[in-house]
Unconditional design. Sequence first.
Length: 392
Amino acid sequence: MSVHKPATIAVRTGIESDTQFHAVVPPIYLSTNYGFPAFGEVPKYDYTRSGNPNRGLLENALSELESGHGAVVTNCGTSAINLWATAFLGPTDIIIAPHDCYGGTYRLFNTRAQKGDFKVFFVDQSNPDALAEALSHKPKLILIETPSNPLVRVVDIEQICRQAKEVGALVAVDNTFLTPVFQKPLELGADFVIHSTTKYINGHSDVIGGVIITKIEQHTEELSWWGNCIGATGTPFDSYMTLRGIRTLGARMKIHEESAGTLLNYLIEQPLVGTIYHPSLPEHPGHEIAKKQQSGFGAMLSFEFTGSFEQLKQFVSALKLFSLAESLGGVESLICHPASMTHRAMGEVALEEAGVSQQLLRISVGLEDTDDLIADLNQAFAQVIHSNQEQC
Ligand SMILES: *Cc1c(COP(=O)(O)O)cnc(C)c1O
């Protein structure tokens, strides 16, 4: 286990590992196949679907960052979740997932359950009675997503892992929103950590990728086997790029979070802003749990826009430094309307059950100067308020 802090691991991982030319930064290996040293002698890497040096370095980096045993890097976050479900679930097995999980995760579990691959219960995991009821059905797997997307709800990882152990369930935490810089689920009792590395881990919005990190050797072997079997593994180029992105993870997360704090202080004062969702706020229901299990509050926030729906559209269109786009965790600030974008696949009923309203806006705070970000929000709010006054 590493003695270093995440920022140090992120910078140093794989540096000076090249034995051929002693390149400081590890080179990229695009070759799909590798020679057998002799007849019947299987090399460490033989074919890139099953393994590749760049993917191996990235797997080591992510495993070390999460204090895990090993990792399987996949071609996206969704395929990491699918790999996990495929490896451990049969037709009679049950998986418990959050009722407000990532929209693509919801669609994946729902569709596969309808095909009869396994059974899924979507549960409000912050409700002890609902969770206890679901656990009484003896699930095989539990997925936790904390903070959740888009409402940034926080659930108690340690508590849920304890309850899961009692019924023999394995727990994975989707740690995409916080990264190991701010939350270490394996140390809180989880069996797996999953990331969409597309987000903060790569951090530059130019690679789609995912990973599942394990705590024990048996799971590393099972998931590696399944990853190769179903062809879910990541490519060398994506792995190279993601490792490059990881080097600045510590520095990026620090500024993302600081800037989120600055924006929150501004948003709280705005007349068109209603409830704000962010675990740093004392009135946030998960504030105490977040303080206990996280070492930072993260830079994803959402809020209810209290003007009309037309004004919401006007506000979003007036912004220049917040791109109207899906995804999150990149250097650039983003604004998203979950109900019509990231979460539209859930359908109206599930959206309502998850508490995702038509007035909800989600912000991924980027690394631009906060003076500029606030000036941009300010001019957009002013446009809405002005045109409203003209109409009256
Ligand atoms: C984006 C995301 C995923 C899915 O990852 P992809 O890389 O888009 O497949 C899963 N969970 C969370 C929390 C996400 O934000």
